[in-house]
Design a protein around this ligand. Structure first.
Ligand SMILES: NC(=O)c1ccc[n+]([C@@H]2O[C@H](COP(=O)([O-])OP(=O)(O)OC[C@H]3O[C@@H](n4cnc5c(N)ncnc54)[C@H](OP(=O)(O)O)[C@@H]3O)[C@@H](O)[C@H]2O)c1
Length: 254
């Protein structure tokens, strides 16, 4: 397993939720971490809270100039190199199939899929030098069918497929590609999903507990540890690592 200490890591969407948890975790292990997000205040406050190993860069992953800035900033903050890209930024869009708005559908594909592909292309020369890796974020939505969640689930299915294809494409130049597949963890995305205010969203998510083999939703730290495994594991590529407390098993006692 490759040591994390001294690594340079870019985490998109690192201003909150799973990305912020991963940033804190990797910084504690001695990495130089650059986090990005659209809300300048949020990203700078999170980086300051984590400490000097963490740099906050504001930017939108759907904007080419911002993507280039994120990569350049991460390389500079990491001492001239990049060891890992965690393509974590993502949004949720739900709706019945006959009520979907085309612009919102294209926007979520841009944010959740296209942006990560373009960032991977930009990161490739840097990752080739370090024999580094890219990690995408799938979802339990590819395993459990939630009616009304087709836009989000489709983007996550695309990422899981990309993981395999890009692992084959980039393996010969020494770059590993992985994907984590989290289950339910309470973060801002659950509030942005239009399922009510923070309290209602929290109650709804916690209510999913019994659907998990392990009886509860997960924590950001548990997801950070899955990220860590894929970043460090030198002979693992093309893998989707499920970390969902058994939600994706579809446990039923019927
Ligand atoms: N929480 C779960 O249960 C769960 C389960 C499975 C998968 N996931 C995935 O995990 C990833 C992280 O989500 P999360 O749960 O941590 O939710 P979150 O707290 O909402 O984090 C998502 C982050 O992405 C950033 N972001 C969104 N659009 C962006 C854009 N266009 N450019 C730059 N940054 C952007 C947001 O910051 P700004 O708004 O400031 O840009 C936000 O900090 C997502 O890909 C999500 O699909 C989450």
């Amino acid at each position: 397993m490759r040591p994390v200490e001294g690594m340079s890591i870019l985490i998109t969407g690192g201003g909150s939720g799973l990305g912020a948890g991963a940033a804190e975790h990797f910084c504690k292990l001695g990495a130089k971490v650059t986090i990005s997000g659209r809300r300048r205040d949020k990203i700078e406050a999170e980086a300051a809270a984590i400490g000097p190993n963490c740099l906050g860069v504001s930017g939108d992953v759907t904007v080419d100039a911002d993507r280039r800035h994120m990569i350049d900033a991460a390389v500079a903050h990491g001492g001239g190199k990049l060891d890992a890209l965690l393509s974590n930024a993502g949004n949720m869009y739900r709706g019945a199939i006959d009520e979907l708005d085309e612009k919102q559908l294209l926007d979520i594909f841009n944010t959740n899929v296209v942006a990560g592909m373009m960032l991977t292309g930009l990161a490739k020369p840097h990752l080739q030098k370090t024999q580094g890796c890219v990690v995408f974020v799938g979802s339990v939505h590819t395993q459990r069918a939630f009616p009304g969640a087709s836009p989000y689930a489709a983007t996550k299915g695309a990422l899981e497929t990309l993981t395999r294809v890009l692992a084959a494409e980039l393996g010969p130049v020494g770059i590993r590609v992985g994907c984590i597949r989290p289950g339910a963890v309470f973060t801002e995305i659950n509030q942005r999903a239009g399922l009510g205010d923070a309290d209602a969203a929290y109650e709804r998510l916690v209510g999913l507990g019994p659907a998990h083999a392990l009886g509860r939703i997960g924590t950001v730290q548990e997801i950070a540890e899955a990220y860590e495994y894929l970043v460090r594991a030198e002979w693992t590529t093309g893998n989707v690592l499920t970390v969902d407390g058994g939600l994706g098993l579809g446990v039923t006692n019927a």
